[in-house]
Design a protein around this ligand. Structure first.
Ligand code: MRU
Length: 368
């Protein structure tokens, strides 16, 4: 997508061969780019959320593996890098998917051939992500167009949670791709952006994206969605996912489940934008089987923002001595999901529906 007229991806390799990323910790107030050189840099960038969002975490891990192979292409380095990067964040399955994919390609090669092959595959993973998200957008566009046809020129109101935008992917975003496509096609859309405490990915990142692209939007507190749905102000919900199970349970940013419950109670369609690398074919019951990341309680007791003098700072909002729990994701059971918006089309959130649409991918994972 474009920032002030310049096309950006969230991750790229520069002319000197160095991987650069948009460092998301400073948005929306400052656009900073960070260079990632060592394996430790890549691990820090993922763990400390310089980059975030399931698809981008996967792409970053792939480049981390590629950079390490240029340093040391041995079997030991391949195994150790898989481990070091895999340990950075536990929930988004794209991390494991990308590392497995790199190991599948690199493992059979002689070490001398690994650096070039790794850079090639990492670049392909990035390009594939862009195309997957573009396709998700085109399929989602059909749904938005149908709703728009019933609204006689009034905007289609879409609620989204967290940031499943282009910043969470290499480009386009997953949940936002249908929105960008609809807006660019001249369909009037309006987006309710959940702020998404505690890290405020909605307020910091999705709002920034909408702003930059000129899409009408309003920031809402996480607790407002149910009220707006009760009053007919939301036509559909579209969220992303960090891991979707073989039967369609959806793990996504904490608070997604509450939105799904409110949507069901109010007859609002609830769609999940799902790139196929985010499917974990090895798990079925998302609540029981998906590890949920517990992050630093300081993310709950403090908030980050911009002071009047322009400095970005973190302030404490709770009393000294009050502890906090910070589960970063929750699971929305498949029965609450209206449909999975994938690169191959709209898929029912059921084991049969997913196997019918992605049988080849399911078989490939089972055969590994
Ligand atoms: O903790 P984060 O910011 O990495 O969590 C991101 C989300 O939950 C996104 O909604 C999800 O990864 C889908 S991104 C296309």
């Amino acid at each position: 997508m474009k920032i002030d007229g310049t096309a950006y991806r969230t991750i790229w390799r520069d002319a000197d061969g160095v991987v650069q990323v948009i460092d998301q910790r400073w948005l929306p107030h400052e656009l900073r780019v960070a260079a990632l050189r060592s394996r430790a840099d890549f691990a820090t960038a993922i763990r400390d959320m310089w980059v975030r969002g399931a698809p981008l975490i996967g792409a970053t891990a792939a480049w981390g593996m590629a950079m390490q192979m240029a340093e040391d292409p041995s079997d030991a380095a391949l195994a150790e890098t898989w481990q070091v990067l895999h340990e950075t964040r536990p929930t988004a399955i794209n991390l494991r998917w990308a590392l497995d994919e790199m190991r599948r390609v690199l493992g059979p090669l002689p070490p001398a051939a690994r650096a070039a092959a790794a850079a090639r595959r990492a670049a392909e993973i990035c390009d594939e992500d862009v195309e997957i998200n573009r396709q998700i957008g085109l399929h989602g566009l059909k749904i938005i167009r149908e709703i728009a046809a019933r609204k006689a020129g009034r905007p289609v109101n879409i609620l989204t949670h967290c940031n499943a935008g282009w910043l969470a992917t290499v480009d386009w975003g997953t949940a936002t791709s249908p929105i960008y496509h609809a807006h660019d096609a001249g369909i009037p859309v309006h987006v309710f952006v959940d702020e998404t405490r505690p890290r405020n990915q909605g307020a910091h990142l999705t709002a920034w994206e909408m702003n930059r692209h000129g899409i009408p939007h309003d920031l809402i507190v996480d607790n407002a969605g149910g009220h707006l749905m009760q009053h007919g102000e939301v036509d559909l919900v579209i969220v992303g996912t960090d891991r979707t199970t073989a039967r369609g349970d959806v793990c996504n940013k904490i608070g997604t489940y509450l939105k799904a419950l409110a949507a069901r109670a109010n007859g609002v369609p609830f769609y999940v934008a799902l790139p196929s690398p985010t499917i974990d074919w090895r798990v079925h019951d998302g609540v029981a089987e998906i590890p949920i990341e517990e992050r630093n309680p300081a993310e709950v007791t403090h908030v980050q923002g911009r002071a009047p003098d322009g400095t970005i700072l973190s302030v404490q909002i709770s009393p000294d001595g009050t502890g906090a729990r910070n589960p970063a994701f929750d699971v929305t059971p498949a029965e609450l999901v209206t449909g999975l918006l994938t690169e191959r089309g709209l898929c029912p959130a059921t084991a049969d529906g997913m196997a019918a649409m992605f049988g080849d991918l399911k078989a490939a994972v089972s055969g590994r």
